[in-house]
Design a protein around this ligand. Structure first.
Ligand code: GLN
Length: 315
């Protein structure tokens, strides 16, 4: 079979499986198997695909048709213009979460210390570190397997030569910097296996978290990609979805510097309840920010003890 036919077959299979993004997914998997992207398919579409490529592509299409997320099949997910390694032990980075990182990028100063609680793939902390300079990062997760992935991502983004390609896709024009400069600028992340703040010591300029926040009964109603394949412990926020925000409201203040600020991703309907939780625990200047779809998405607040004004870079 020639490449063009094989790609066409992929689309048809995934469309028949009723997948919303059948075309895109088919092409991503096609490129994963053959190394041929959309552009080259136009030029090389008449070339014969090998039997191995055909078999492998068919296998991956079967997986996708069984609702395994494309990112778990390829082992890669795009986030903030970077490529992250993912597997079933970590949540696939969401577009919604890019908004959280972008808000932080406006506020976090170079050289600041940042604690990412429930770090998962490390996508929040690592992209912040990648686009800022000299950030001292600490990431916690209850899952050792998730931390292994986060560590691999740190390695891939800051150290390996294959990181170059993702680097070039980055938002800032830093292509001209050599590998060594990157090495020199990067301060290794302190990855800690910990149930929330349990094993965390010291205090930080910023604390960020995208904790599990979906109500238990809602998790079972999500699309099969999420419900059946993503780690439930990364999604399920208990009966009211607020379990982890309660811990954060109670514990984060102890690990936040006087002038520190926290940033939390929230579900679209949690702005008020998370605001109340934080206010009850003495956080001040609590703000709910809307994402690009105009949904409440981020709550940010200052440390209880901070009597100073906002950093002048912020609002
Ligand atoms: N936004 C994610 C989703 O809808 C949930 C992420 C989370 O629970 N932190 O799948």
């Amino acid at each position: 079979m020639i490449y063009r036919e094989l790609a066409g077959l992929g689309k048809k299979r995934l469309q028949a499986a009723g997948l919303e993004d059948a075309d895109t997914d088919a092409l991503i998997l096609f490129e994963h198997v053959t190394g041929i992207g959309r552009g080259r398919l136009l030029a090389d579409g008449d070339r014969e695909a090998s039997e191995r490529e055909t078999d492998r592509y068919e296998l991956l299409l079967e997986k996708r048709a069984a609702h395994i997320p494309t990112q778990y099949i390829t082992g890669r997910a795009d986030f903030m213009g970077l490529e992250f390694i993912v597997d079933r032990n970590v949540l696939i980075p969401r577009f919604d979460t890019e908004y959280l990182v972008e808000e932080m990028m406006r506020v976090v100063e170079d050289g600041a210390s940042v604690l990412d609680v429930c770090t998962g793939s490390g996508c929040i902390l690592l992209s912040l570190m990648r686009y800022k300079n000299g950030i001292k990062g600490t990431g916690t997760d209850i899952s050792r397997a998730a931390l292994d992935i986060a560590q691999q991502n740190e390695e891939a983004i800051f150290f390996s030569s294959s990181a170059k390609s993702s680097r070039n896709k980055g938002l800032h024009n830093i292509d001209s910097l050599s590998e060594d400069v990157f090495r020199g600028m990067h301060i290794s992340v302190d990855w800690i296996q910990s149930d929330m703040f349990e094993k965390v010591e010291g205090s930080f300029d910023y604390i960020v978290s995208n904790p599990p926040y979906i109500r238990s009964e809602v998790v079972d109603t999500l699309m099969p990609e999420v419900r059946e394949h993503e780690p439930r412990i990364a999604l399920d926020g208990d009966h009211d979805g607020l379990r982890y925000y309660r811990t954060i409201a109670k514990e984060a203040g102890k690990h936040l510097k006087r002038s520190g600020r926290i940033f939390l991703e929230i579900g679209y309907d949690q702005g008020q309840s998370v605001t109340e939780l934080l206010s009850e625990h003495g956080f001040t200047d609590v703000r709910v920010l809307k994402d690009y779809s105009h949904n409440d998405r981020v709550v940010t607040a200052r440390n209880a003890q901070d009597t100073q004004h906002l950093p002048k870079t912020y609002y």
